[in-house]
Design a protein around this ligand. Structure first.
Ligand SMILES: Nc1ncnc2c1ncn2[C@@H]1O[C@H](COP(=O)(O)OP(=O)(O)O)[C@@H](O)[C@H]1O
Ligand SMILES: [Mg+2]
Length: 339
């Protein structure tokens, strides 16, 4: 597989009156061509800031991307690009979609025109070509009656349809990478599954790389090639999707997996929820950031951040339980064989 994007030691802080909020604390990963990478973690762990950094959408100040961070796309460091290169990057190479389509859709402009504009600007089409192509793209994202729909406004679309329309706009420039930040969080479960299927089928057809951001591990099970679990600005476990579901190693990953709704769970309130709160990123702890919430916490966990432990070639974790001298701990029984 060829590397499409390489994020190396990304560190992002925000300077506030209370001090420096360390939102992203040394994140590294690769995205290969044609794969879907899921970044999973609770709210506030740095998922959006990581993806906005890739698009160079962090306002500086108050934000600061720290010296030494690198985001390499096609051999160039995005963090060193000038405005002209960035415009090209955002218009032609990397597209991002957000949780709330209304933040990206223009309420006063017909859907067809919104897609066509991008085609005219970035792919040099004339108006007629662009409108024809808009219909094709709407069909690609499974919008019925596309010929009629191009003449409608966003408020005439349902929530799921708006999300599809936003994906259509994102696809209009033929991106090499699509970043989807919680694209289904606001949608009901059935529509969620449809949007995930859509992303998967588009990826099969177009072969783009996808970064899928979510707080819900369940949503990505069938779509993601690999998963990385983020906590308090760091990646604490990563691996191919099958390995993360069948052989998770970090107690935080266990907790996330236990929070995934299953068919046999009838009531939402029966769901496991993780006790406690993530650490304050103004003063991140010296040890493992999950220590204060971890059932298996040992003395060393509070003192030192664990180094990476390799489980297989493609699966690694930062957890002191992997140390040869650590007590043997099994994953919770409720997870054994359940996935
Ligand atoms: N403009 C900002 N000023 C101060 N802190 C911020 C700002 N934006 C984000 N943060 C902090 O950075 C951390 C990561 O945020 P974010 O990436 O949005 O989390 P996620 O997308 O995982 O929910 C959070 O603790 C958040 O409070
Ligand atoms: Mg977010």
């Amino acid at each position: 597989m060829s590397k499409l994007l390489e994020v190396k030691d990304l560190k992002v802080s925000f300077h506030t009156y209370a001090g420096e909020v360390q939102s992203v604390r040394g994140v590294s990963f690769n995205l290969d061509k044609g794969e879907t990478l899921a970044i999973v973690g609770e709210s506030g762990c740095g998922k959006t800031i990581t993806s906005k950094s890739i698009m160079r959408l962090i306002p500086t100040p108050p934000g600061e991307i720290k010296e030494g961070s690198q985001i390499i796309f096609e051999g160039k460091d995005i963090l060193k690009m000038d405005n002209k290169e960035l415009r090209k990057l955002r218009g032609e190479s990397i597209s991002m979609i957000f949780q709330d389509p209304m933040t990206s859709l223009n309420p006063t402009m017909k859907i067809g025109k919104q897609i066509a504009e991008s085609l005219i600007i970035h792919r040099g089409m004339d108006k007629k070509e662009a409108l024809e192509e808009s219909v094709k793209i709407l069909k690609l994202v499974n919008i019925p009656n596309a010929e009629k729909r191009i003449n409608q406004y966003p408020h005439e679309f349902s929530g799921g349809m708006r999300q599809r329309a936003m994906i259509a706009i994102a696809l209009a420039c033929n991106p090499k990478i699509l970043i989807a930040d919680e694209p289904t969080t606001a949608l009901d479960v059935t529509i969620q599954a449809q949007i995930m299927d859509l992303i998967k089928s588009l990826q099969d057809k177009i072969g783009m790389g996808v970064i899928l951001i979510t707080h819900d591990l369940g949503v990505v099970a069938s779509v993601a090639t690999k998963i990385q679990v983020m906590y308090a600005g760091k990646i604490i476990e990563r691996g191919f999707t099958e390995e993360i579901f069948s052989n998770p190693k970090h107690p935080y990953t266990w907790a996330l997996l236990q929070s995934v709704p299953r068919l046999e769970t009838e009531h939402k309130n029966e769901l496991y929820s993780i006790k406690g709160t993530p650490p304050d990123l103004l003063k991140p702890p010296a040890g493992c950031p999950f220590a204060s919430r971890c059932e298996y916490c040992m003395e060393i966990c509070k003192e030192q951040m664990p180094e990476v432990s390799k489980i297989t070639d493609n699966h690694s974790v930062h957890c002191w339980l992997q140390h040869p001298l650590a007590p043997k701990v099994n994953m919770p029984e409720s997870l054994g064989g359940a996935f």
